[in-house]
Design a protein around this ligand. Structure first.
Ligand code: SAM
Length: 373
């Protein structure tokens, strides 16, 4: 066995007590995020500086931030617009002084009496938000929009800050987080929450993250593509050296719908994106839902094999889920599909999910799988 694989086989993948909010990692909440230590460890052991690292289900861009700071070039792919935006912002360097100036300008504009709220028309807005909260959010959003044409990187940065508070300041109910996972649950309590306070704190935290990123940034390039992973080989012409990803778990969550408040504010399509989302929870009622999940994943695995250089590694973290109390054995099926494609399985271990994780009760552990081409 290669020495790097021997070292990897001794790793304890839980990384208990690790700081997961360094650099730009804490910019935006994202369901089923990697802890940065997972991609970092794999990148350090299975690639070298200058290599190309691909995360084909990049979500909030954890792999990309780690790959970049380790002097690797990196490509992230995701179908969800929220994922593509957050990944782009987390890996785009903006001088923190420039951000401070833009932030002060934005606050100034928000504070003027002339600032008018801009509130898109979206379903149940007075159930999602207390009226005063909604109006104040509208004022912030209206002023952020003035940056769209002036400086698109700063606009995107503010947009991520705004998106990251939309759930926090929304009305709540007892099982508030489930309201986003469940299909049609709406909050029941109506309460004012000051959006300016949360927005200011978020911007401060993000600018501080950018200062850390400034120290760690490298000359390597990063590309984020909003597209279907089933089409990678049509869009990426150069082969990659390492693939690291956490694919969507079968029926665990609807990623596009989970961030629906951001989609409402930014006028992004939910249903169209959800239709192409692999394993979306809403597809669990479909008789052929499980077969569709595996046939989609099979196409993706073929694509991974095609775009990976010979000798390169393809690494997954993946867990089994349930439908009607029956286990969906995604780990075993993924191994079978990868072997059939020609990959060799070189590491198969498990990690316990953190007790704080929302999914922990349903998915207590997940597999770490490493294949070689
Ligand atoms: C488990 S999450 C990845 C989280 C990521 N590792 C992180 O640290 O944030 C899986 C991602 O797969 C994406 N996805 C689902 N179906 C897809 C498809 N057909 N093409 C591209 N991305 C897809 C979802 O939008 C979601 O962001």
């Amino acid at each position: 066995m290669a020495p790097s694989l021997v070292k990897l086989s001794k790793i304890s993948w839980e990384f208990n007590d690790a700081n997961t909010r360094t650099l730009t990692h804490g910019y935006h909440p994202f369901h089923a995020k990697f802890i940065p230590q997972i991609p970092r460890t794999i990148i350090e052991h299975l690639s070298k500086e200058g290599d190309i690292v691909l995360d084909p289900f990049c979500g909030s861009g954890t792999t990309l931030v780690e790959a970049h700071t380790l002097k690797r070039n990196t490509i992230g792919i995701d179908i969800a617009p929220i994922a593509a935006l957050v990944s782009k912002v987390k890996t785009t360097f903006i001088d923190p002084n420039e951000l401070e100036k833009a932030k002060n300008k934005l606050y100034e504009m928000i504070d003027t009496k002339k600032a008018k709220p801009v509130i898109p028309n979206f379903p149940n807005q007075n159930t999602w938000y207390n009226e005063k909260t909604l109006q104040e959010l509208g004022v912030i959003w209206g002023q952020i929009l003035t940056f769209e044409k002036k400086n698109s990187d700063i606009f995107d940065f503010f947009q991520v800050a705004f998106s990251s508070i939309l759930k926090t300041v929304a009305n709540r109910s007892e099982h508030w987080n489930w309201a986003f996972i469940g299909d049609n649950m709406l909050p029941k309590l109506n309460k004012y929450t000051n959006p300016n306070k949360y927005f200011n704190n978020t911007l401060e935290r993000m600018i501080s993250g950018m200062k850390d990123f400034q120290k760690a940034k490298t000359k390597n390039w990063t590309k984020v593509l909003k597209m279907n992973t089933k089409d990678i080989s049509k869009n990426i012409k150069k082969k990659v050296d390492l693939i690291i990803t956490s694919p969507p778990y079968c029926f665990a969550v609807d990623f596009n719908r989970y961030y629906r408040l951001s989609y409402y504010w930014f006028n992004w399509e939910i249903d169209k994106n959800r239709d192409v989302e692999i394993g979306a929870r809403s597809k669990r009622a479909k008789k052929c839902g499980i077969d569709d999940y595996f046939s989609d994943m099979e196409i993706c695995i073929k694509e991974f094999y095609q775009v990976l250089n010979k000798g390169g590694y393809c690494c997954f973290t993946l867990g089994n889920t349930k439908r009607d109390n029956k286990e969906i054995n995604a780990v075993e099926r993924t191994i079978e599909m990868c072997l059939k494609e020609g990959f060799q399985l070189v590491e198969h271990t498990y990690r316990e999910l953190s007790k704080q994780s929302m999914a922990q009760k349903r998915i207590p552990k997940e597999a770490v799988l490493i294949f070689k081409k």
